[in-house]
Design a binder for this molecule. Structure first.
Ligand code: IVH
Length: 708
């Protein structure tokens, strides 16, 4: 680096240019090392570049780049671990924030199970560890596999790394033949501080908090690095299992402890919300002395038979909830308000902040929600923050809770600069200049540019390749931006992704010759794309990015229509507000008029429709049949419940039916196969009779599904 200027010789302009050069060099080096497993520079050279970057940032703090290499903690090494499909999905937990949420949770559980207010119902309460979850599979008492959660269905195989953790036994005695133990990998405070000190001494990267340190340490390609990091593990749950551990949650935890796992010593049995909240307060009071990070308390229904009956929503169990600790707060200066344009055209204001540490993490951006929020009003026009508006230059209070995007909560008027002016929310799209309008009843202003708006297009592409959509390895937000701007090998709509390899083959300007790419990484990308030509219907529907059609709606639509031709025909034939196809859409339990209208409108918009058709022509769309036993007598049948059910709540009846592969609809139509009518059934029973649909009572239903 003899031709690079000394830092003391830099001025504003040359320093900015040097920071840009370093960001570029380091990004290339990261790419080479992590994505292509082919380092281009030595570790020492890498560290020297990083240190030079920090030194210039220290001398010119205001020139620090938004994409500064010093903020990039840990390494995205995910492409390099083998994938593991979890035998039992790894779920997350619904969140609660106050006492009312906890009493509501108890009420919901009781209602679902048909338990009165006085019936006994116990819960366990234990700390929520702020680490990363890990599933350990033991076969015949030997650890055979360790996998991270990943997207819940598929995780990363980190077996070699897990074996280096002292808290994880290699062998178990008297364990069920198959036992998947699940829990949290974490790092203690002292170990975290010592690790960061060591990293600083050796010129390595430091970690923002113990959770990042634990994640970065577990997800190391070289297990020897993991071995040198002091990771720990608490067991709190299980996945596939060949024989029961106990009848209760607390018993199962005791059993895991007997098998040699660490379980959290603050795990208690509670007889209801009052005791749960007492234990929450106790854990919160001890939080600072625990020596490791926790971010709340988890409550679980203690009786495992009841847990089984309660089952799961799409991504969370009904029998557990996480009661989060209050968010952490800090004050800082709001330097600028910027507008981001989302994939549906929504103009979202973002606060650019003077960097501030909130709960151990440096925050320099926070959401401002929408224009009413900035003006100090809620969506009904009522004042929030006592009506105080938010202006550039203000001192603002920022808070963050867990992983959520930081928010601006309050503003200090006493520190408002004299020249601060009310923020004028743009009425034109900052990206494409189209008019941005706010429809009646919508809190959000939206760009009307549609497909001509580059920001919307790029955001839609990012959504398309996102984790819950096509999830293409090596094609993330950054690459999408790059390809969007690439004139010789562009990706401007989803279909272009699937013609990329073919166009590359015919192109003189090959991807492998682009900055940051090589033959290996280009081939890898083409292979990853090829792999995703085969896509399940639900993922495709979600990936289309239609407003109001989220992940669970997409899954509902897919299980209802089963295959693309039926789905496409029905939506194309539908007219908003009328006709049998429209009624058919609304008959799907969980599909409302707003979502249905958005879907139908999208399919009738010419440009959008043409783009969908071009995409579909490239794909091999996999049919989706309802999860559940295909041999059950109700699999694939559309069932409607009406009237009062006496043996189980409506919610439980619906969940059971779905678990057996039935579709549960909210209203009777020609597509209904079976009506289950309890006492007090009214218009639905009459309509079913008119349509000649089979109608049975609750006992006959239980008989049919083998539960009489
Ligand atoms: S139970 C089916 N218990 O929190 C539910 N999770 O926000 C299984 N976590 O993914 C999870 N401490 O990584 C459970 N005591 C605890 C936990 C805990 C931390 C994590 C876990 C989970 C996430 C959900």
């Amino acid at each position: 680096m003899s031709d690079t200027p000394d830092i003391s010789e830099l001025n504003e302009d040359t320093a900015a240019a040097e920071l840009a050069r370093l960001a570029d060099l380091l990004a290339r080096a990261n790419q080479a090392y992590h994505t292509r497993d082919a380092p281009e520079i030595s570790d020492a050279e890498y560290d020297a570049l990083k240190q030079r970057n920090v030194a210039i940032e220290t001398a010119f703090p205001h020139l620090k780049r938004a994409d500064s290499p010093s903020d990039q903690v840990g390494a995205p090494v995910s492409e390099t671990f083998a994938k593991v499909t979890h035998a039992v999905r790894m779920l997350s937990l619904a969140n609660a924030f106050d006492a009312t949420d906890i009493t509501d949770f108890d009420q919901t559980v009781r209602r679902y199970l048909g338990l009165g207010d006085d019936a006994p119902l116990e819960y366990t309460a234990e700390p929520k560890i702020d680490g990363l979850s890990l599933s350990l599979r033991y076969e015949n008492g030997r650890l055979v596999q360790a996998a991270t959660r990943g997207d819940g269905e598929t995780g990363e195989n980190v077996t070699a790394n897990a074996r280096t953790i002292d808290d994880i036994p290699e062998t178990l005695t008297d364990a069920p033949d198959v036992l998947e133990v699940r829990g949290e990998v974490y790092m203690g405070h002292d170990d975290f501080t010592a690790l960061n000190r060591r990293q600083a001494e050796q010129g390595g990267k430091s970690f923002a908090n113990p959770r990042n340190a634990a994640a970065g340490s577990l997800r190391q390609l070289d297990a020897d690095i993991t071995r040198s990091r002091p990771l720990r593990f608490f067991a709190y749950a299980w996945g596939e299992i060949s024989g029961p551990l106990a009848d209760t949650q607390i018993g199962a935890i005791g059993h895991l402890q007997d098998l040699g796992f660490q379980t959290n010593p603050l795990t208690r049995l509670c007889d209801g919300p009052a005791e749960m909240l007492e234990h929450y307060a106790d854990i919160e009071a001890r939080r600072v002395t625990l020596g490791y990070d926790i971010d709340g308390v988890v409550y679980k229904v203690n009786d495992l038979a009841l847990q089984r009956r309660l089952g799961f929503r799409s991504t969370t169990p009904r029998w557990a909830i996480a009661h989060k600790f209050p968010a952490e707060l800090a004050w800082t200066r709001l330097e600028k308000i910027e507008i981001q344009v989302g994939r549906t055209g929504a103009l979202s204001p973002v606060a650019r902040l003077a960097p501030v540490t909130v709960g151990g993490v440096v925050v320099s951006n926070a959401t401002l929600h929408n224009e009413d929020y900035i003006a100090g009003r809620d969506s009904n026009g009522n004042p929030i923050r006592d009506g105080k508006d938010i202006r550039e230059g203000d001192w603002v209070q920022v808070y963050r809770a867990g992983d959520v995007i930081p928010k601006v909560a309050d503003v200090d008027l006493s520190r408002r600069p004299d020249d601060a002016v009310p923020y004028a929310f743009p009425t034109l799209c900052p990206d494409c200049g189209s008019e941005a309008i706010r429809e009646a009843g919508d809190a959000v202003r939206r760009c009307t540019g549609g497909v001509i708006c580059p920001a919307q297009t790029v955001e839609r592409l990012k959504h398309f390749v996102g984790r819950s959509a096509f999830d293409i390895d090596g094609l993330g937000a950054k690459q999408v931006e790059m390809f969007y701007r690439d004139d010789l090998l562009p990706i401007r709509e989803p279909a272009d992704i699937f013609t990329l390899a073919e166009r590359d083959a015919q192109n003189l300007s090959k991807l492998q010759n682009r900055d940051g790419w090589g033959e290996k990484s280009a081939t890898k990308l083409f292979e990853a794309i090829e792999e995703k030509r085969k896509i399940p219907l639900n993922r495709l529907i979600f990936a289309l990015g239609i407003r109001h059609v989220g992940e669970s709606a997409a899954a509902l639509l897919a299980t209802n229509y089963n295959n693309w031709p039926d789905f496409e025909t029905a939506i194309t034939a539908a007219t908003v507000g009328e006709g049998p196809e429209w009624d058919g859409l609304l008959a799907i339990d969980g599909v409302g008029a707003v979502m249905a209208a958005s879907l139908v409108t999208a399919f009738h918009q010419q440009a959008e429709r043409a783009s969908i058709d071009r995409l579909v022509a490239q794909l091999d769309i996999q049919d989706v049949t309802p999860r559940g036993r295909i041999d059950s007598p109700v699999a694939g049948k559309t069932v409607v419940f009406t009237g009062t059910l006496e043996k189980m709540s409506r919610a439980e009846a619906k969940a059971r039916a779905e678990a057996l592969g039935a579709k549960v609809a909210g209203s009777v139509s020609a597509k209904t196969d079976l009506l289950v009518a309890g006492p007090g059934a009214g218009s639905k029973a009459k309509k079913a009779a008119d349509l000649g649909i089979e109608t049975i009572d609750e006992d006959a239903w239980l008989d049919l599904i083998g539960e009489a």
